[in-house]
Design a protein around this ligand. Structure first.
Ligand SMILES: [Zn+2]
Length: 259
């Protein structure tokens, strides 16, 4: 699942292809907006907000998309055919480039002035210009009895963390994922580390938290269930957190992250 850093990179690619150019085609393949047509309007820009993408178009319109589990935006020269079998939900094209939204989890079209209805609930964006660690900590502290693992994934507390950064950040701080928020003294250090990890991955594909980009060495615990911890040798544990149907994958080292 794409996390904040991947969405941030996607926004940059969309800006490169669409910003300032007039749309020659828009094709919304979602029932709600099937008749929408943005042809003739210039794209102003695309912003990421947590895991949401906001593509602003002339005339006070914003295309809102979310990659959810396995969505992606592909950029290709206009006119090139998409791969057969691709579940295309939206195409935005200008004379030169087309942005093809595949398997998008959400596609919406709203007034730009109404963006707040879509993303106003989000906590501080770890990769946003307005990142505010104090506000993220304040929001986390509102529910001291919650597990830190669940609280970090709640985008209302802070926006951009998914299961990879959750697992990696908690490992690096030595925090057992089921510890209660109220038991963690240095929440500021925790959210700042998460922010630094995401930021370090905004300029290249993939998620590297170890500083070692070789494919087998990129993470401490994520993707390493059953393998020895890089620090203490304990086998990495794998489980799920949260209540159905919201449970999500968690990996941790029982040696380094004690309850
Ligand atoms: Zn360990």
């Amino acid at each position: 699942m794409p996390e904040g850093d991947a969405v941030y990179r996607t926004a940059a690619r969309l800006r490169g292809a669409l910003d300032g150019r007039v749309l020659t085609r828009s094709d919304f393949r979602v029932p709600r907006h099937a008749t929408a047509d943005l042809t003739g309007r210039a794209v102003v820009t695309t912003l990421s907000r947590g895991k949401h993408l906001l593509t602003r178009v002339e005339g006070d319109l914003t295309v809102h998309t979310h990659l959810r589990m396995d969505g992606s935006w592909r950029i290709m020269p206009t006119g090139r055919r998409t791969a057969p079998g691709d579940l295309v939900r939206l195409i935005l094209a200008n004379e030169r480039w087309q942005a093809v939204g595949v398997r998008l989890g959400m596609v919406d079209l709203v007034r730009t002035g109404d963006e707040g209805r879509l993303v106003g609930h989000l906590g501080p964006d770890l990769l946003g210009p307005d990142w505010d660690p104090d506000e993220a900590v304040r929001r986390l502290r509102v529910s001291p009895g919650r597990t830190i693992g669940e609280a970090l994934l709640d985008q209302r507390n802070l926006a951009g963390i998914g299961t990879i950064y959750r697992a990696e950040t908690l490992f690096l701080r030595g925090i057992w994922p089921w510890r209660r928020v109220g038991e963690i003294e240095d929440l500021a250090g925790l959210v700042s580390l998460a922010q630094r990890l995401l930021e370090a991955n905004t300029s290249h594909a993939g998620t590297v938290t170890t500083g070692d980009r070789r494919p087998a060495n990129q993470t401490w615990v994520y993707g390493r269930a059953g393998r020895p911890c890089r620090r203490c040798g304990t086998r990495i544990s794998r489980g799920e957190m949260g209540t159905q149907p919201q449970e999500r994958l968690i990996l941790w080292c029982a040696g380094c992250q004690r309850g």
